[in-house]
Design a protein around this ligand. Structure first.
Ligand SMILES: C[C@@](CO)(OP(=O)(O)O)[C@H](O)COP(=O)(O)OP(=O)(O)OC[C@H]1O[C@@H](n2ccc(N)nc2=O)[C@H](O)[C@@H]1O
Ligand SMILES: Nc1ncnc2c1ncn2[C@@H]1O[C@H](COP(=O)(O)OP(=O)(O)O)[C@@H](O)[C@H]1O
Length: 301
């Protein structure tokens, strides 16, 4: 069986001061975008769960996608099996990795969501996506969103998702970086730079109004990310990439999640092509990718 699962971007990312458990309260709006990993999963009846990764993107320096029990897809399969209570259930998982690794686009979380959906089907678990949500949340803060996809508000530490009234589709350009960024390191830098962050961050009304109206120009102006300063402090050169996109007429430019991928909103497919050309010519990105969203979450094909 094959499962396709998208990457995500955060249209806004409001971050509060850390909770007693160390996680940061978030007020974010996720959008799933047309950049997919694919998992082929076959059943085995000896209780073994294996993973192989075929990487179709340049891996950032120093990054690896583990082909071991540390892979988030394997952790997801093991967690589901524990719930189903049958140790003889096994699977061979082959990941075709297209989502940039350690880029702030939730590629590992996407694979975890896909493994939950695929193994549930393969092993006859009979669980709905809603039933899978608690397992998703245990695996990572942005895994529940990737079960559903589309556009959704993320609250709590990112794991509680609720739908957003939105219309229209959006054209995006992504610029990836040669070196990944650790999510935990960016949050730690945020704590250093913003000791007075609010206890309860909020989603800006302007963003929700832009989505309700399907207005790309208004959305471009409303894009925001509270981790920007922290990501730029660790990677100052990302400011140049954001500048290149804005000078080339992007409706908005932000860092994706904890970075280092940068995200640019275009007015049309042709405009996205122009932006992509400008970003490629500037030669400060590892790769430049055109995409669109929203798209649906993890699904069997
Ligand atoms: C920043 C975001 C924005 O959507 O995405 P990425 O840039 O990683 O894709 C997410 O908050 C990342 O979510 P995810 O990658 O699932 O994080 P987790 O595995 O739950 O946690 C990894 C580490 O990030 C920090 N963390 C994560 C979420 C959160 N609300 N507060 C945190 O402080 C913690 O240090 C934690 O140990
Ligand atoms: N299936 C997977 N795909 C990608 N990374 C994974 C996977 N399983 C574990 N990881 C680990 O998670 C780290 C974060 O990767 P990723 O989810 O791609 O980025 P981000 O958290 O920035 O969105 C990687 O450096 C990798 O070591």
């Amino acid at each position: 069986m094959t499962v396709r699962v998208p990457a995500k971007i955060n249209l806004c990312l409001g971050v509060g001061r850390p909770r007693p458990d160390g996680f940061h309260p978030l007020a974010t709006v996720y959008q799933a975008v047309d950049l997919h990993d694919e998992l082929r999963i076959t059943a085995r009846d000896d209780g073994e769960i294996t993973v192989a990764v075929h990487t179709e993107v340049a891996l950032p320096e120093g990054s690896v996608v583990p082909e071991s029990d540390d892979n988030l897809a394997v952790r997801a399969a093991r967690l589901l099996r524990k719930h189903l209570g049958d140790e003889s259930l096994g699977a061979d998982i082959v990941i075709r990795k297209v989502i940039p690794v350690a880029g702030g686009m939730a590629g590992g979380s996407a694979d975890a969501a896909a493994a939950l959906v695929g193994c549930n089907e393969l092993w006859g678990g009979g669980l709905s996506k809603l039933d899978l949500e608690p397992f998703a949340a245990e695996l990572g803060s942005d895994v529940p969103f990737l079960l559903h996809g589309g556009i959704a508000i993320g609250g709590g530490r990112g794991e509680t998702v609720s739908p957003v009234l939105a219309r229209g589709g959006y054209h995006w350009v992504f610029a990836t970086a040669a070196e990944g960024l650790s999510t935990a390191a960016v949050y730690a830098e945020f704590d250093r730079l913003a000791p007075d962050a609010p206890a309860e961050p909020e989603v800006p009304d302007a963003l929700l109004n832009a989505l309700r109206a399907g207005d790309a120009h208004a959305l471009g102006l409303a894009l925001s990310n509270d981790l920007t300063e922290a990501a730029l402090s660790l990677r100052p050169e990302l400011a140049d990439t954001l500048d290149v996109g804005l000078r080339a007429g992007a409706l908005g430019a932000i860092i994706s999640g904890s970075g280092p991928t940068t995200v640019f909103l275009a007015a049309s497919e042709q405009h996205a092509l122009d932006l992509a050309m400008a970003l490629t010519s500037a030669m400060n990105a590892a790769d430049v990718i055109q995409s669109h969203g929203p798209v649906s979450g993890a699904r069997l094909v």
